[in-house]
Design a protein around this ligand. Structure first.
Ligand SMILES: Cc1ncc(COP(=O)(O)O)c(C=O)c1O
Length: 435
């Protein structure tokens, strides 16, 4: 069940790596104090025991939160890099992995339609959004950040940390920014940055970028795209027309966040922030006496708020994209299309079954629904007893055409392409626990 095929390849690559340092005297690089094979095995055995307490995130019957196993090549490349343990805080701390980070980030920027950019990896989407909003705040000091009522909760918190005023924009019945509501807010003249989410956390809704860009023509705000979850769907060939229209316009944003540790097959933490205008680098300027510069270009430590960052994350991402390039029609793109098909099919079955209420057709691969008479909590627990792991989400009653302000719905993030093949099994369990 757990992939072990990469272990021989990892051993081989490790030998190859060691050969490159063959001129060094032997005997260094040992862990201190040296551990006996028995004590190592014993501790690792304990770790394996403890890890078994997790839900089986890697299995297709885990159909709950946004959790996706890393690609085996990412896992192996990450592990391989830890033997060197590069730090991408500065060029001299992670020489090779810095170059790999630059190449990987440039490919992501190209996917969004940018030939030039400024960008780097971060610990995750929250840190990446923090950097984007920090830049927005410096360029529009004192002005508000506006993000949809369905945007990730951290936008409001980040704005608080940055001491920037924050306002929520109402959504339509599909959880997308309502352009009329946004325009009413913009008319007050105090919004410096609008966050458009391409793939909201709860429902995978995609904000209407064409309408938001039309408003930018008139109100001149900065546009940040939070595509932490949905960004890679830019490559999917089976989006509905208005979702596609939003993804087609990503190049118009001022900054974009995407999380390779969500749909990009990476281990945690791997987020990415991108700025369209490389001049944003000026805002990061610092003059730490301990950091010396070995490049004409701004190095990654100079354009990131975090100092130490795992070179291993860059190595893993680079290796994954080498194997699975970010192109339309590729194996990678097809895997996203499979996730979306799985979501559409689950949604179709739910919508056709009178026991359930579904609010709307998924825009990406996240499905939400409620049972007409049973509580979501009960279904969640009963399904888990049969190994089907769902998630729950508090959503506006209006999404479901219900009068109450909020309801606890069931939610399934079908982000593993295998979910498509497992849908009958998932449905069988859901059917049993919903009677
Ligand atoms: C749309 C969106 N933005 C930001 C985040 C935060 O990302 P992270 O958990 O990597 O910090 C999430 C996480 O689910 C998200 O869905």
């Amino acid at each position: 069940m757990l992939d072990k095929q990469t272990i021989p390849a990892l051993e081989e690559a490790l030998e190859q790596l060691e050969c490159q340092f063959a001129t060094l005297p032997a005997g260094v690089g040992q862990a201190l104090p040296p551990a006996s094979p028995e004590s190592l095995s014993s501790v690792l055995g304990e770790v394996a025991e403890r890890l078994g307490e997790n839900y089986p995130y890697f299995h297709p019957l885990y159909a709950g939160q946004m959790l996706k196993p890393p690609h085996p090549v990412a896992r192996a490349a990450y592990a391989l890099a830890t033997w060197i343990n590069p730090n991408n805080h500065a060029l001299d701390g992670g020489r090779a992995s810095t170059a790999m980070e630059r190449e990987a980030v440039a490919q992501i920027a190209a996917m969004f339609g940018w030939d030039t950019h400024l960008g780097h990896l971060t610990g995750g989407g929250t840190m990446a959004n923090l950097e984007a909003l920090w830049v927005a705040g410096q360029l529009h000091p004192g002005k508000k950040i506006a993000a949809s009522a369905q945007s990730h909760y951290t936008h409001q918190r980040i704005s608080g940390v940055l001491r920037l005023p924050f306002e929520k924009v109402a959504t339509d019945m599909r959880g997308r920014i309502d352009p009329a509501a946004l325009e009413r807010m913009l008319a007050a003249g105090d919004i410096g940055c609008v966050v458009a989410t391409l793939g909201t956390t709860a429902t995978g809704s995609v904000d209407p970028l064409p309408e938001i860009l039309a408003l930018r023509e008139r109100y001149h705000f900065r546009l940040h795209i939070d595509a932490a979850y949905g960004g890679y769907f830019k490559l999917a060939g089976n989006l509905e027309a208005d979702t596609r229209a939003a993804f087609d316009l990503t190049a118009e944003a001022d900054s974009i966040v995407i999380d390779p540790h969500k749909h990009g097959l990476q281990p945690y933490g791997c987020g990415c922030v991108l700025f369209r205008d490389p001049a944003a680098g000026v805002l990061y300027k610092h003059d730490s006496p301990a950091t010396y510069f070995t490049s004409e270009q701004l190095h990654l430590g100079e354009i990131s708020l975090e100092c130490s960052r795992p070179g291993a994350a860059a190595v893993a991402l680079w290796a994954t994209m080498r194997l699975l390039p970010l192109t339309q029609g590729s194996t990678f793109a097809q895997s996203l299309e499979a996730c979306r098909r799985a979501a559409l099919e689950l949604n179709r079955r739910l919508a056709a079954d009178p026991r359930f209420i579904v609010p709307f057709q998924p825009q990406l691969d996240i499905v939400v629904w409620a049972h007409r008479t049973k509580s979501s909590e009960e279904i969640f627990q009963q399904a888990a007893l049969r190994n089907l792991h769902l998630a729950k989400a508090r959503l506006p009653g209006s999404f479901f055409g219900l009068p109450q302000e909020e309801l606890l719905a069931l939610r399934s993030v079908l982000m593993k392409p295998e979910h498509e093949q497992w849908l009958d099994r998932i449905w069988e369990i859901l059917d049993q626990v919903s009677n």
